[in-house]
Write a protein of this length. Structure first.
Length: 66
C-alpha cells in the first residue's frame, strides 16, 4: 500500500515538474555531463538567465507577453 502511494506521489511530482518545465535545468545538467564531461554546468541562476535571454531574442522559443 505504502509503495503504491509513494509511486503515485512520484508520478504526480514528475508530471507537474514536466508541465511547468521545472525539470529543464536537471535535463540540461545531465546533457552537459554526458556530452562535455570536463565542462562545468552553469548554476541554476545562470541557466535561467540564458534561457530567458534566448526566449526574448526568439519569440518562437517560448511565450512572453511583456
Amino acid at each position: 500500500m505504502r509503495s503504491a502511494l509513494r509511486k503515485a506521489i512520484d508520478g504526480v511530482r514528475w508530471y507537474v515538474r514536466e508541465l511547468t518545465d521545472e525539470s529543464a535545468y536537471d535535463r540540461y545538467v545531465a546533457h552537459v555531463g554526458a556530452t562535455h564531461p570536463h565542462a562545468s554546468a552553469p548554476s541554476r541562476r545562470e541557466f535561467e538567465r540564458m534561457r530567458t535571454d534566448r526566449q526574448q531574442k526568439d519569440p518562437r522559443q517560448g511565450f512572453r507577453c511583456c
